[in-house]
Design a protein around this ligand. Structure first.
Ligand code: COA
Length: 475
């Protein structure tokens, strides 16, 4: 009986094996609307020499300040033709903010507007509106981050745009999504506060803190860029555009996801990985500020290194990752901690983190942050030197990868910028200087709209592309 069963099972498994072979040998499935069957043959050109990821995509860039320009700069680095529409005479307000070289565009502007073309159009002038309508017909995406309602007040409502060009994607950054605050104007730190970052940043004893990383502006610009690229992909299937909204509050909250995690964990008891647990300080109703606690399952803290008395950045972030605990004990000269039940397990260490980091700090203070890094990395202990902006600007490896780039500019000369942080093997970014105000006005009217020189002159004479004259302004 048993043998019969075995035989049957063997036969079934043989059949299965045959089936696998058969499946693999089948002819490819019929072309699906959205499957690989749609793709052209793999390019035979060398990688990096067959255009860029967004070659052929044209963006009407109505962005200003930081959040929107971050998004369109990324899209430009990916190969999109980004046409920045600016108010005649003034341009993006950041051109004249935090000026360090008199008469030249500020670094604030130049560092957020690489690889774009600039056209000046008064969007409230009747002729200016007509030019914008024509550009809408020729572009794939309109990106804006005006105050709520400003685009509608220009007459560029979704309905208007969608009627002119049903394929156009209209992408916006706003401070808040629909709700009680939707009409508010928002800047970086407002978003950091409203998105949960400030309440969870800083030290327990101190006030909420904003962070230097521009998670509200640049972070939301990044979110918007992803939305745009996905909408472009969807358009390949549906043939139509859509609205894309990235609210700064939402973007910041997305980056603070782990803090909403902790908010819910509070119900189950104290957050044992926070050093306040080890210090015997009770938790309140909301996630507290965690100082330099790591926020993950591996405790960490910022420790002093040699020279900390005079160098504000002579510090290192040290993570006591459980698998390398033994190596840490050997390095710092506490070999007994490897087996001592008071220290040997992560659970035993949790209530003593302050004391443990104090002991590790005695060791890190005997060396520079780079020496600590060398010693720790040799035994796989994750550490992070606190790098100053000066050190980052001078770091040769970042220059080599194009993450820090030197750019030449006609009115300000050479300056450093941050290049595309996303590296692609078949879409290589080159960083080109930001445009001067209205530098490409003629070129865009001629090349993109195909207008004749006489028509361009007519539009110019109408005043739609230039700042109102002083007396008009005063009137
Ligand atoms: N021609 C004519 N008018 C133009 C123009 C052009 N080319 N470009 C802009 N304008 C006008 C707008 O139509 C608007 O006029 P209106 O209010 O009369 O309708 C005006 O310029 C100012 O726009 P606004 O966006 O309100 O600028 P602001 O300097 O007052 O506010 C922000 C700046 C950033 C607070 C606001 O734009 C905002 O909240 N944006 C959304 C959130 C955001 O991105 N914030 C982060 C910025 S880094």
């Amino acid at each position: 009986m048993a043998r019969k069963k075995q035989k049957k099972a063997k036969a079934a498994s043989k059949k299965r094996a045959r089936k696998v072979v058969k499946l693999a040998a089948r002819k490819p499935a019929a072309k699906k609307a959205n499957g690989n069957g749609h793709l052209p043959r793999p390019s035979s050109k060398p990688f990096g020499q067959d255009g860029k990821a967004l070659t052929g995509v044209r963006i009407l860039d109505f962005t200003h300040v930081q959040s929107g320009p971050t998004c369109t700069q990324l899209l430009a680095w990916m190969g999109a033709d980004v046409i920045k529409v600016e108010r005649p005479g003034v341009g993006d307000i950041t051109r004249g903010q935090l000026v360090d070289v008199k008469g030249a565009d500020s670094l604030y502007f130049t560092m957020l507007n690489h690889n774009k073309r600039s056209i000046t159009i008064d969007s409230k002038h009747p002729q200016g509106k007509r030019v914008l309508d024509e550009l809408i017909k020729k572009c794939d995406v309109l990106v804006e981050n005006f105050a709520p309602g400003a685009l509608d007040r220009m007459g560029l409502t979704w309905e208007h745009i969608n009627k002119l060009n049903p394929r156009m994607i209209v992408a916006s950054v706003k401070g808040f999504g629909p709700g009680p605050y939707e009409d508010c104007k928002v800047y970086e730190n407002v978003a950091q506060c409203a998105g949960g970052s400030a309440s969870t940043t800083g030290f327990r004893e101190g006030p909420p803190l904003v962070t230097g990383a521009q998670i509200g502006d640049s972070g939301t610009g990044l979110h918007l860029a992803l939305g745009i690229v996905c909408a472009l992909y969807q358009r390949n299937r549906t043939g139509r555009g859509q609205k894309v909204l990235a609210a700064m509050q939402d973007g910041v909250l997305n980056l603070c996801r782990v803090k909403l995690r902790d908010q819910q964990r509070l119900k189950a008891g104290p957050l044992t990985e926070y050093s306040q647990y080890g210090e015997g300080v009770a938790f309140g109703a909301a996630v507290p500020r965690a100082g330099n606690d790591s926020g993950g399952g591996q405790p960490g803290w910022i420790l002093k290194c040699k020279g900390w008395e005079t160098d504000p950045d002579a510090y290192i972030y040290f993570i006591t990752q459980a698998p390398v605990w033994q190596a840490i004990c050997d390095l710092i000269g506490e070999p007994t901690w490897k087996t001592d039940p008071e220290y040997a397990t992560p659970r035993a260490r949790l209530p003593k983190l302050k004391q443990i980091f104090g002991r590790i700090e005695q060791w890190t203070m005997t060396m520079t942050k780079f020496e600590v890094m060398e010693k720790c990395n040799a035994v796989d202990i994750p550490v992070g030197p606190i790098l100053s902006m000066k050190e980052i600007a001078e770091e040769p490896s970042l220059r080599k990868t194009g993450t820090v780039v030197e750019v030449d500019h006609p009115t300000r000369g050479k300056y450093l910028t941050v290049g595309n942080p996303i590296k692609m093997s078949d879409s290589i970014s080159e960083v080109k200087r930001s445009p001067l105000l209205g530098e490409h006005t003629d070129e865009i009217l001629t090349d993109v709209l195909g207008l004749k020189a006489a028509v361009v002159n007519e539009i110019k004479n109408s005043g739609a592309l230039s700042a109102p004259k002083k007396e008009e302004k005063a009137a």
